[in-house]
Design a protein around this ligand. Structure first.
Ligand SMILES: O=C(O)CCC(=O)C1=CC=C[C@@H](O)[C@@H]1C(=O)O
Ligand SMILES: [Mg+2]
Length: 334
């Protein structure tokens, strides 16, 4: 596939859905997504609503790759995954974790706006109490200052952390935290997420020696093949994650995880469990901590049931058009 599909072709191939979630995540209670059906299968285009066309164009590129080109050959057919725990209070933790069949590795959200470190400590402590043998990682989404990160990491390291994802903003900030963590001997690895997917150069963080590992996501990085190239060139261990995707987007992430030469960590691809429903009857959910690679197709009835109103549909058509222009401009082909 060397040609970018035309805008008309994309509009004809697209459906827009809004899926309800079981629990608020990232301030989101309903997740909107555009699904594209192309000659190679289904692709998902679901940048968060506040993203502008320059950033969102990479997400469209990823959907077009999935639907018009398909995926590279897998080197594995099962993908280990983590449960993702939003910034809920301790009383809700057991319930949220019970919705996942993925208790070996838990990613706990911390540094949520409007909350404090005591709440983060209580959340991580409760996960450790419920699952004494689990690997626990945290994700601050760049919500801490340097000093807050050091205080937070000192306190949370007591519970045994596999790694800390994006404790602070920016590549320099990460490098500084990583250095200080080593100086204090805290034994916590530093993972870069926003410093990979939101930087104009996704390799800059690796070049700066600012992280021990990188988080990679197919949609923000412009597709599975581009994400694979980032991992190859970064030369760091990679954790595949998602963006609160429907089963179609999670399948894109699984294709990326399945094609990576090395997969040392469980992947953030179990978030289907945070939704109360999906666009396929055979949802792409973890079974005993693993996703089993298989084809996922959207179900026409479910897409109809969760379809958006005409106003949202035209908003998405405009977004599609804006991102299409971006891809034409950058000469970016799937
Ligand atoms: O990695 C995971 O366990 C699940 C995905 C996840 O955490 C995220 C999904 C969507 C938006 C992001 O804020 C968030 C992340 O920061 O990794
Ligand atoms: Mg993250």
């Amino acid at each position: 596939m060397n040609q970018l599909p035309s805008l008309d072709e994309l509009i004809d191939a697209s459906h827009v859905v809004s899926l309800p979630m079981n629990v608020q995540f990232r301030g989101v209670r309903h997740r909107e997504a555009m699904l594209l059906e192309g000659p190679a299968g289904w692709g998902e285009f679901s940048p968060f609503l506040e993203y502008g066309p320059v950033e969102a164009a990479a997400w469209l590129r990823s959907a077009i790759e999935a639907a018009w080109e398909g995926y590279p050959d897998p080197v594995r057919h099962t993908v280990p995954v983590n449960a993702t725990l939003p910034a809920v209070g301790p009383e809700h933790i057991a319930g949220v974790l019970a919705s996942y069949d993925a208790a070996h590795t838990i990613k706990v959200k911390v540094a949520e706006k409007g909350q404090d470190l005591a709440q983060d400590i209580a959340r991580v402590a409760e996960v450790r109490r419920l699952l004494p043998g689990a690997a626990i990682r945290i994700d601050a989404n760049a919500g801490w200052s340097h000093d807050e990160a050091m205080t937070g990491l000192e306190a949370l390291a007591e519970f045994g952390l596999q790694y800390a994802e994006q404790p602070v903003a920016g590549i320099e900030g990460l490098a500084r935290v990583r250095k200080e963590v080593a100086r204090r001997g805290l034994g916590v690895l530093i993972a870069a997420d926003e410093s990979v997917r939101k930087e104009s150069d996704p390799l800059a963080v690796a070049r700066a020696g600012a992280a021990d590992l990188i988080i990679i996501k197919a949609q923000p990085l412009g597709g599975v093949r581009r994400a694979l190239a980032v991992v190859r060139d970064a030369g760091l261990p990679a954790v595949v994650s998602s963006a609160l995707d429907t089963s179609i987007g999670l399948r894109q992430g699984a294709a990326l995880a399945a094609a990576l030469p090395e997969l040392p960590y469980a992947c953030g691809l179990a978030t289907g469990s945070l939704f109360s429903t999906d666009i396929t009857t055979d949802r792409f959910l973890a079974v005993n901590g693993e996703l089993h690679l298989r084809e996922i197709a959207a179900d026409p009835d479910l897409m109809r049931r969760h379809g958006v109103d005409p106003e949202r549909r035209s908003w998405w058509n405009q977004r599609l058009a804006d991102c299409h222009v971006q891809l034409q401009r950058s000469g970016s082909r799937p």
